[in-house]
Design a protein around this ligand. Structure first.
Ligand code: CP
Ligand code: NVA
Length: 302
């Protein structure tokens, strides 16, 4: 049966470990300039309802490095759900290409694509989840700390798609996830409940100090996610006490990693000195999008 990557929750810990190992091998090969045309002749279709730098470039370059090709479908190109229904798009693409990546507004859109496609579908970010990002982030933490187990990852800011995927990851690996967010900006209740039922160690507080205390990594993301632009003034006000700056970092472990999925808004959710400081691993996270997504494609097409 074909598999998709819609949510980290759909994978076992063992499967995720296989993907991490594959990414590490592909990364080492790449550093040694060893070609690895594992997906020669394969084609990836990339559907974007929202803008992107990292996701677009890393999927496209990743497929080329694996010996295949990628087709970029920009937001106005296909009119997903307007010019043509989601099932029709999924069924047509399934006749031409081998794998689909989609970045959507409604999470249901990527779920429906996967349901109607006969080929694997990868969630490249929806309003609800951003699984590829968090798998790249977990790989980054493992590279810097040697493990995820037993660590404390603190997140300061909005309980958004990135946070929801961290909750899913916390249900697969025994690390603590501590979120500091203002009231009303908590993560998706269903995702949180499911993660806790599956053993995730999660704390949610309005206190930044409490969340970052003894943290091994401090993560933040934009206050206004794509699609929420009309709320940005209100959000700037709601989140003003939730900035990752030098004072906040001083409350975490001395060598705590600074993490951000990017793009960043300097002076809002994070200060420039912290984003660009010696503890920042944001470019490692960004690089690892390439390696982990190559591993995801290889795994799904194995
Ligand atoms: N982090 C991330 O997904 O970046 P893009 O929006 O540029 O793809
Ligand atoms: N939460 C952000 C992540 C961007 C990569 C958004 O959805 O816009």
């Amino acid at each position: 049966m074909k598999r998709d990557l819609i949510s980290i929750a759909d994978f076992t810990r063992g499967e995720l470990e296989e993907i991490f190992s594959c990414a590490q091998r592909l990364k080492a090969d790449r550093k040694a300039s060893w070609p690895h045309p594992i997906l020669a002749g394969k084609t990836l279709a990339m559907i974007f309802e929202k803008p992107s730098l990292r996701t677009r470039v890393t999927f496209e370059v990743g497929m080329v490095q694996l010996g295949g090709a990628a087709v970029y479908l920009a937001p106005p190109d296909i009119g997903l759900g307007t010019r043509e229904t989601v099932p029709d798009v999924a069924q047509n693409l399934s006749r031409w290409v081998d794998i689909i990546m989609a970045r959507t507004f409604a999470h249901q859109t990527v779920v429906d694509l996967a349901r109607h496609a006969t080929i694997p579908v990868i969630n490249g970010l929806s309003d609800l989840l951003h699984p590829c990002q968090i798998l790249a982030d977990c790989l980054t933490v493992i590279e810097h700390r040697g493990r995820l187990d037993g660590l404390k990852v603190a997140f300061v800011g909005d309980g958004n798609n990135v946070v929801n995927s961290w909750l899913n990851a916390a249900s697969k690996f025994p690390f603590t996830f501590a979120l500091a967010c203002p009231a009303g900006y908590e993560p998706n209740a269903e995702v949180l409940t499911r993660a806790r039922q599956q053993g995730a160690q999660v704390t949610i507080t309005q206190s930044v100090a409490e969340a970052v205390r003894d943290a091994d990594a401090v993560y933040t993301d934009v206050w206004t996610s794509m699609g929420q632009e009309r709320e940005s003034a209100m959000r700037r006000e709601a989140f003003k006490a939730y900035q990752v700056n030098a004072t906040v970092m001083a409350q975490a472990k001395q060598d705590a990693l600074v993490m951000h999925c990017l793009p960043a808004h300097r002076g809002e959710e994070i200060t420039a000195d912290v984003l660009e400081g010696p503890r920042s691993v944001v470019l490692d996270q960004s690089e690892n999008r390439l390696h982990i997504q190559k591993a995801i494609m290889v795994w799904l097409l194995r």
